[in-house]
Design a protein around this ligand. Structure first.
Ligand code: AMP
Length: 396
């Protein structure tokens, strides 16, 4: 039976939404509220049938954005009544070890999501606010939580326990969780469809390279290893995040520079990565144009990033015992032929060879005919994955 499903992705000052007709996966409307809480008004942009509109909306909370959104759906006659909404799926950053799958949100689950704020203080509280705002306006509509961490709950202990005193895992839940799970799962599923093969038969390395970046090794349809860790700060170098560094640097900075723990945290999260190395931007587009005109730090940052991605691909191929499919996704992975080329250079020994022309065209399949590994560019769509999980959970 046809159902309208809303997918919600709330950030600290933003709220993204997409409304789908399921199971056809037809996108009815999508949009974004930005600058929530910064002033008395927020910016609302939406697109329906390729028509894009940007406007200003009164209000300064996520609740106000959701109230406005529901009225907007009625006014634009996207829905005749709010009862037509069969389910709302929410992206939730952290599901800890409690949530191994997407879940229907009852009072207990909502409390657990709030309790997990200890592990994701910037994200889980706003995710909970989004859920509560929908519960207030639509008390009878099922709400589903889709966790960024749950796809990675299939990792074996050898890949998630840190070599720290074991009590920190037992007492404080300090372990690798991994993030971007919804995206890795989505692109792995799409890649298998594209190749016409069962997902379970493929060894996949999925590279989600955007402002945040992570890599995931997928075997038998399950996440085996991923590069983000206890928090999304770990792993690859990113737009403003440092990724893996020698942990001794942290106390060293505190002692030598007389910095507090929270000051170091800000440096590692917001002032490092591409931004930190180049000193001028976190955006690879700016960095590539500067590298082209001889900016050495821009070139260094690109070399560092692509080298780290390459090293991780090699490590994950070893962990998986080979690789059948290499996926590039997210802002950089989907759009930058140059960066994909830098990453794949000299990987022929692993069976990875790309076709320059197909790569330049951002084609879906960019591996050459000699390549043993299928190299694919797959557009990620976390909201569609959220809608799929929501639809599946409300129809069982
Ligand atoms: P995301 O976080 O997935 O939205 O990715 C955002 C990032 O993708 C931006 O910060 C850019 O660095 C990068 N990006 C987007 N388009 C391009 C492009 N054509 N070339 C290089 N990088 C791009």
């Amino acid at each position: 039976m046809n159902k309208k499903i809303m997918a919600i992705n709330s950030g600290s000052s933003s709220l993204k939404f997409q409304l789908f007709q399921m199971p056809e996966e037809e996108l009815l409307v999508k949009g974004l509220f930005e600058r929530i809480g910064l002033e008395e008004e927020m910016i609302f942009s939406y697109s329906i049938n390729d028509m894009k509109v940007k406007t200003v909306v009164k209000g300064k909370t996520h609740e106000a954005a959701i109230d406005f959104l529901l009225q907007f759906l009625l006014e634009k006659k996207i829905m005749g009544s709010l009862q037509e909404l069969s389910g709302v799926g929410h992206r939730v950053a952290h599901g800890g070890e409690k949530f191994k799958h997407s879940s229907l949100i009852d009072m207990t689950a909502l409390q657990q999501i709030k309790d997990l704020a200890k592990l994701a203080p910037l994200h889980n509280p706003v995710n909970a606010i989004g859920i509560e705002a929908f519960q207030k306006d639509l008390p009878d509509c099922p709400q589903i939580a889709v966790f960024d961490t749950s796809f990675h709950q299939t990792m074996a202990p050898k890949n998630y326990v840190y070599p720290l005193p074991y009590r920190f895992y037992e007492e404080d839940s300090i372990r690798r969780y991994g993030f971007h799970g919804t995206s890795h799962q989505f692109v792995a599923t799409e890649a298998a469809k594209e190749l016409g093969k069962p997902l379970e038969s493929l060894k996949i390395i999925s590279c989600h390279l955007g402002n945040g970046a992570s890599i995931c090794g997928v075997k038998e349809g399950k996440s085996v290893i991923t590069s983000m860790g206890f928090t999304p700060l770990a792993g690859l170098m990113m737009g403003t995040r440092c990724g893996d560094i020698d942990p001794s640097i942290i106390p060293f900075l505190q002692y030598e520079k007389n910095l507090s723990a929270s000051e170091v945290e800000v440096i590692l999260n917001n002032e490092s990565g591409f931004k930190g190395v180049t000193g001028f931007s976190s955006d690879t587009r700016d960095i590539m144009s500067q590298a082209e005109i001889g900016n050495e730090k821009a070139q260094l940052a690109l070399d560092m990033f692509t080298s780290r991605v390459k090293q991780t691909i090699g490590a994950y191929a070893a962990e998986l015992g080979g690789v059948d499919v290499l996926i590039f996704t997210a802002g950089i992975g989907e759009n930058s032929a140059e960066i994909r080329e830098m990453i794949c250079e000299n990987l022929a020994f692993l069976g990875i060879q790309i076709d320059q022309e197909e790569n330049q065209k951002n084609n879906k399949k960019i591996s050459s005919s000699e390549s043993a590994v299928q190299v694919l560019v797959v557009e990620t769509n976390e909201e569609l994955m959220i809608a799929r999980d929501t639809f599946n959970l409300i129809t069982i």
